[in-house]
Design a protein around this ligand. Structure first.
Ligand code: ATP
Ligand code: MG
Length: 470
């Protein structure tokens, strides 16, 4: 008999509550799965034969006197948070879906009914919290076996499972990515057949799964499955358009879909930062729109970073990703992702370094990480050479930053100061002077100091025929 350890005080309290209410109760789904494979989880789902809301209230009162329990009467579910644990309680239920409605009919049911309605065999596992067989695992679909073999498959007919709730197709691929599991062939084929039904799922729920795929250790696993099953164009058209190679006069370019996935995997070895990972996904997204064949030059993608920056906004809107600083950050990295390359290749001028520091600001280290991940050549000595060059760029960046403090640089002369100096109303001369002072500092013509900047301001004003206030 398979058992799991349920040592946490929470399980003792649930046992106590279940006993006093006379409710058969089980831990179910993700927690049991994660426990068996030694994965951390912060949410625990309980199912009882009877009222989940009543059980939740009892458990809450045993844990602490003033816990707030949230409940949803229509679904018979209740939830609360205790010391960082998110606990959910539901009465065992049976679900039946009808073709004409997205929401299932829900009736009370047995533990088995409840296990039947779950998405994958590895998620159907239940462990008893009852006195008689505390910790015993109930595994009607051989979920433990699948967990050992690393297999994702539905407990029932996959076509029905996916058609009933198409989000499960995303979840299958998400679990495959997070756990590095294989999706069983019949389950995979059913996703292919049902892919169009993803259209009835809200964007927010799809995006939640997509972000989990992106945060997996090796995100390409999920994207390759999305591509292979045909889901990708339905959920992320622009990314699927990176796929393919054009030929002209026997010359092809690299396949930007696989290149992008390689960059994403490379980067993911060094960071778990979601938005930095997003910048890898989008760095070349403007390539299909900028693709040209130029006589003598071969395939070019001029301006793809600017097109990419613009597309980023549309994609963030469409995918319901946050439109504030997260999006601006990704846009910035997409726009700047080519900038360190010529600096690494050529003689490095201080001025180019200062400009890069000024434009990237605090995101300069992230940008360098992205650029390094962007080297996907198979030629090892070439990769080594470029990486060494980037190392020089990094050293230079550090030196110049220590000397000139450009990273959070605010030009020492403000518009107001210029207005006062020449007694001006708002006008275009102010902008011109400000810009020239900024350029002079970035080019190293004058130091990043107020006195030097003021002196230049008066010189420029004089040249423009402005009168200095005395
Ligand atoms: P994680 O918490 O890591 O996202 P999880 O498997 O715990 O993974 P939850 O969304 O917390 O996922 O759901 C808890 C359990 O509820 C799952 O293990 C599964 O048994 C069931 N479940 C969740 N969503 C669905 C669904 N769309 N269809 C069927 N069963 C589901
Ligand atoms: Mg969970």
């Amino acid at each position: 008999m398979e058992k799991i350890e349920l040592n946490h005080i929470i399980f003792q309290k649930v046992k106590e509550a279940a006993t006093s209410l006379g409710l058969d109760t089980y831990v179910v789904g993700g927690y049991v799965r994660d426990q068996l494979i030694g994965r951390k989880s912060k949410d625990i789902d309980f199912v009882c034969v009877g009222s989940g809301i009543e059980l939740a209230r009892k458990v809450a009162s045993l844990l602490s006197p003033n816990l707030k329990v949230n409940f949803f009467k229509t679904y018979g579910t209740a939830q609360f948070v205790w010391e960082g644990w998110e606990l959910e309680f539901v009465g065992a239920r049976k679900e039946s879906y009808r073709k004409d409605s997205r929401n299932p009919l829900i009736e009370e049911g047995s533990l088995t009914d409840d296990q039947n309605r779950r998405d994958f065999t590895i998620n159907t596992l239940a462990a008893s919290v009852n006195v008689d067989d505390f910790g015993k695992i109930i595994d009607p679909f051989n979920g433990i076996e699948d967990l050992k073999n690393g297999i994702i498959q539905t407990p029932l007919n996959p076509d029905i499972t996916f058609s009933d709730d198409p989000l499960r197709m995303m979840r299958a691929i998400r679990f495959a990515s997070q756990l590095n599991f294989t999706v069983a062939e019949p389950t995979l084929k059913a996703i292919e057949r049902n892919k169009e039904r993803i259209g009835i799922i809200t964007q927010e729920r799809i995006t939640t799964e997509l972000n989990k795929i992106i945060l997996a250790k090796k995100p390409s696993i999920g994207f390759l499955l999305l591509d292979q099953t045909g889901l990708l164009p339905f959920i992320f058209q622009e990314l699927s358009e990176l796929k393919g190679v054009d030929y002209f006069k026997n010359q092809g370019h690299k396949d930007n879909f696989y290149h992008t996935l390689q960059v994403l995997d490379n980067l993911s070895e060094n960071t778990e930062h979601l938005w930095l990972r997003w910048s890898a996904i989008l760095h070349d997204i403007g390539k299909p729109k900028s693709k040209r064949f130029e006589e003598g030059n071969g395939w070019t993608f001029h301006g793809h970073e600017v097109i990419g920056e613009r597309m980023t906004q549309n994609i963030f809107k469409k995918l319901k990703l946050p439109l504030n600083q997260e999006m601006k950050y990704v846009q910035k990295l997409v726009r700047l992702h080519l900038r360190p390359i010529p600096i690494a290749r050529d003689e490095i001028s201080d001025s180019a370094i200062r400009r890069l520091l000024f434009d990237a600001g605090d995101d300069i280290d992230d940008l360098m990480m992205l650029c390094e991940a962007d080297i996907t050549s198979k030629n090892e000595s070439k990769v080594k050479r470029i990486l060494a060059n980037f190392q020089i760029v990094r050293t230079k960046l550090r030196e110049i930053e220590e000397k000139d403090h450009i990273r959070n640089f605010e030009p020492p002369i403000s518009g107001e100061l210029i207005m006062q100096a020449f007694d001006l109303k708002p006008c275009k001369e102010i902008g011109i002077i400000k810009n020239q002072i900024k350029d002079a500092i970035l080019d190293g013509d004058i130091p990043n100091e107020l006195n030097a900047a003021q002196k230049l301001m008066f010189q420029l004003g004089e040249k423009m025929g402005l009168k200095k206030v005395v």
